[in-house]
Design a binder for this molecule. Structure first.
Ligand SMILES: Cc1cc2nc3c(=O)[nH]c(=O)nc-3n(C[C@H](O)[C@H](O)[C@H](O)COP(=O)(O)O)c2cc1C
Length: 319
């Protein structure tokens, strides 16, 4: 793990580095967070954990909450719009001993934001303060990840950012898009710069970071304390070492594929580990030339030995 000076603190929790793997449902599970930390991501966030799933004891809940010590400092990200349910959820997840709790104020999925959770909270700022007031007494730092507003006609990020800080939030990560934009259009880095100007707590910029060049650009442009990377980190943990993906030698890519696959197998077991790894394999292999039938074989394969054989074939043909 790269050693780095303290870049900022979340409450009294030191964060040694300025790049952070963003939470991504279905992607940033424990094995990938561990890998990203080894490549230089300075902290980890779990995928969002729905407080409703905690209330009804969803069967996969504890698997999604499990993490390794190497991932620390780690946030468990909670999602809901009901302050009492959020309080109970926080009380439940504290037994896993996260370093901080993050509130999801950005999920744009219709089923989530439509019922007022995730980005839906942007339309009810008083709920955000109620939730913070339920969570801050637990005694570990509470942070939030926001969007800029519900849509372009209701950009209320400055109000939301202030509410979070005034109610004890210790850091804000800003995905610089509205709920309506989802993942389209360009992230508005001006908004991140404005938030940074009015807050004293750390501000993390997020949106459209794909290369080491983008990292320096957003830092210079917004003066943000750190940079959060989501899609640009899929199949590309090298971004956390500030390495351009196009500069990574092929043999390093294949070594990392095997390493990541083995982390997945250790965590989920042979079959589930391999099946869940296939989407990562697809992302790692994007820059390579892989004949369509071979790619299809790889992405439908559920036998470890066969998977490795296909990977070898792809590796050899790309030397
Ligand atoms: C597949 C996927 C799943 C995501 N899941 C979450 C999540 O669980 N919690 C969250 O706060 N944001 C989630 N996001 C949003 C990202 O964390 C990030 O804010 C967004 O993708 C913008 O960053 P980017 O331009 O670097 O991709 C998700 C994004 C993607 C693409």
């Amino acid at each position: 793990m790269a050693s780095s000076p303290i870049h900022f603190t979340i409450g009294s929790l030191p964060i040694c580095g300025d790049l952070i793997l963003a939470p991504m449902d279905g992607i940033t599970d424990s094995p990938y967070r561990r890998l990203a930390r080894q490549f230089g991501s300075a902290a980890s966030y779990t995928e969002f954990i729905n407080a409703v799933d905690i209330a009804c004891k969803h069967p996969t809940l504890d698997e999604r909450l499990r993490f390794s010590e190497e991932e620390r400092p780690l946030a468990i990200q909670l999602l809901d719009n009901d302050p009492d349910r959020m309080e109970k959820a926080a009380s439940y997840v504290l037994r896993f001993q996260p370093d901080f709790i993050d509130i999801n104020i950005g999920c744009c999925a219709r089923t989530v934001s439509g019922r007022g959770a995730g980005a839906g909270l942007l339309r009810e700022p008083q709920k955000i303060s109620q939730i913070l007031n339920k969570l801050t007494p637990f005694g570990i730092p509470v942070t939030a990840k926001i969007r800029l507003g519900w849509d372009e006609n209701s950009l209320n990020y400055l109000e939301i950012a202030k509410i979070i800080e005034q109610n004890g939030g210790q850091l804000i990560a800003v995905h610089a898009r509205t709920r309506r934009q989802a993942y389209t259009g360009q992230a508005d880095w001006d908004a991140i710069a404005q938030i940074k100007q009015i807050l004293s707590i750390p501000v993390i910029g997020n949106g459209d970071i794909k290369t080491p060049e983008d990292i320096e650009k957003i830092k210079n442009y917004t003066k943000c304390d750190g940079v959060m990377i989501a899609r640009g980190a899929i199949g590309n943990p090298w971004i956390f070492s500030r390495m351009d993906r196009s500069q990574v030698p092929g043999d390093q890519v294949f070594d990392t594929i095997l390493y990541h696959l083995n982390l997945m197998i250790s965590f989920y077991g042979n079959i589930q580990g391999l099946i869940r790894f296939r989407k990562h394999a697809n992302a790692y292999l994007q820059p390579f030339s892989v004949p369509a039938p071979l790619r299809k074989d790889l992405l439908t394969c559920d036998k470890y030995d066969r998977f490795i054989k296909i990977l070898d074939e792809i590796s050899l043909s790309n030397q």
